[in-house]
Write a protein that binds this ligand. Structure first.
Ligand SMILES: [Fe+2]
Length: 138
């Protein structure tokens, strides 16, 4: 395990915290597979899973931000798009054999996620807490 979800990462929205925990799990799974020297096929399966889950999570977050009328939506969405493009690029390069998925890639993924949750995701969390609409779940 290289990262743990901690209470300090909470965005105070249960569903989205759960998603973040799952993303952390998948990143740890990828890390373990790389560290153990698993085959490209095995690593690809985890990478695909991580990418699918990331897309699902980002789209849930985006829907949530729209529902809350969050003013930072456009900027946040474009940060998501940039990250997805980056990991899709890694996926293609890795599957074509042009990229060795190593600790530098892992570091990039983890650092990005933790930074994004701690800074950008927390902003919508605070906005939501201050402008809480009882019609929105949580
Ligand atoms: Fe986000």
């Amino acid at each position: 395990m290289i990262i743990n979800w901690e209470e300090k990462y909470s965005v105070k929205v249960q569903e989205l915290d759960d998603h973040h925990k799952q993303l952390v799990n998948l990143m740890n799974e990828l890390y373990e597979a790389i560290k153990s020297g698993n085959s490209t096929t095995e690593i690809s399966v985890i990478l695909d899973k991580l990418i699918d889950y990331t897309k699902f999570h980002f789209s849930s977050e985006e829907k949530f931000m729209i529902k809350c009328g969050y003013p930072g939506y456009d900027k946040h969405k474009s940060a998501h798009e940039q990250f997805v493009n980056k990991i899709l690029e890694y996926q293609i390069e890795f599957k074509e054999g042009n990229l060795l998925l190593g600790m530098d890639v892992m570091n990039f993924l983890i650092k990005w996620l933790i930074r994004h949750i701690s800074i950008e995701d927390k902003k919508y969390g605070i906005y939501f807490a201050l402008n809480r609409d009882p019609a929105i779940a949580n």
